[in-house]
Each structure stands twice: as C-alpha cells, then as structure tokens.
Design a protein around this ligand. Sequence first.
Ligand code: SAM
Length: 220
Amino acid sequence: MPLPGFGGWHDDPLWASFYDWSVEHARVGGALWRLGIGSDLGLLYEAAEEIGRQPPASRVLDVPCGGGVALRGLRPDQHLTYVAADIAREMLERTMDAARERGVDGQVEVRVADVGALPFPDGDFDLVVSFTGLHCFPDPQLAVTEMVRVLRPGGVLTGSAVLNDTGIRFEPMRRVGRAANLLGPSCTGPELRSWLEGLGVTDLTLRNSGAICYFRGVRG
Ligand SMILES: C[S@@+](CC[C@H](N)C(=O)[O-])C[C@H]1O[C@@H](n2cnc3c(N)ncnc32)[C@H](O)[C@@H]1O
C-alpha cells in the first residue's frame, strides 16, 4: 500500500524539484547530500563530465532524465544529439526547461520511454547515462539489459543508484521509499556487477559513496 502524501513522478512533486535544486547548489546541496545520504555530490558532477568529453555528432541517452540534472555535463557548442528519456512526461518538460536555461536545448530531444522497453535500435548510442534511476525501476536487471542493448560496442554506460548493500543505516530510507512506491526492488553491487559482466560489459568500476553506488563500464 503506497504511503499517502509523497506524490509520484507524474505529479511533478515538490521534493523532486528540491532534489534538482540540491544538485545545482554545490555548497548547500553538497552538505545536504553528506548529511542525508552520506554521499559526495562531487561524484555526480564528475560522472556527468563524461558527457562533455563526447566528440561532435555523438549520440547520448540520458535515462531516466528526471529534471535534467545530467545536462550540466553538456556544453552549448558540443554538437551532440542528447536524447533525454523518462516515463513521466512532466519530467521531460522539466528537462527541456533546464536545457533552455543552459542554452543546450538545440542538442536535446525528449522521448517518453519505459526503460524496460527502450524505443531505440540496438547499438544506437555512444554513451548511456543513468543517474539515480536503477533503484526506481520495477525490474533493474531488465533496465540494465536494455541500456546495454542500445549502446554501441565500445560505448560507455555510466550511472548511479541506491543499492541494497550501500549501508545498513540507509535501510529505513529504502523501506520508506518502497512504501511510498518511489523505489523498486533495486539490487546489490555484486548483482549489478554480474548482470553487467553477463552482458559483456568490461572495464567495470563500482564505487560506493554513502547510500549511492556509482557504476561505469564499456560495452565489449
Ligand atoms: C530519482 S529520478 C532520477 C532522475 C535523474 N536522472 C536525476 O538524477 O535526477 C527517477 C526518475 O525515474 C523515472 N522513472 C521511473 N520509472 C521509470 C521507467 N520504468 N522508465 C523510465 N523512467 C522511469 C521517474 O519518472 C523519475 O523521473
């Protein structure tokens, strides 16, 4: 039974805007991240920088894009195709607003998409980014399989998620998130590693920072 009062992604809830605000304000937001989830916000910035290293004409998929926090990695003159995908249309509108504010909207396309059945052909992207998403999905293994499928061989998958083994002290947070229907089953680090390795992903790194695990790998 979902807890009342939280609001789902389609409600464009206030706390989702607060989350985006925290990411955009390195000092205050960084302190809140450290206090609340024991995590270094700087690692999210570093991971998003991978977008800025893509050469012109690259194709990047951001799923789930949410309010567009990963756009911070995209430069105005980069000449990429940046596909921002999310199941909630309300989040795509927020991503497009963020893209306009950053002056990168000419490179951004939005798509309503379920990560469990991505509407893109195999090998369509050079980079797939997925920040704080995996723990929201009903079937994280299927999500990972889809994200790797749409990546070209040699392409990079990078992302972050609240995993089930990133600290017992975060268990109450995970339980409340599930009761509110905002978190799915998630997975452990070893599970994520074995799924990715099984899909032929190499050069895999998993790094925990408080409640969040950052992962990165290359499609073989
Ligand atoms: C915590 S937000 C993360 C968004 C963003 N990457 C960030 O770091 O702020 C989770 C997002 O997952 C989206 N979402 C949930 N289930 C989804 C699914 N099955 N397919 C695609 N997006 C989904 C929600 O709409 C929401 O925008």
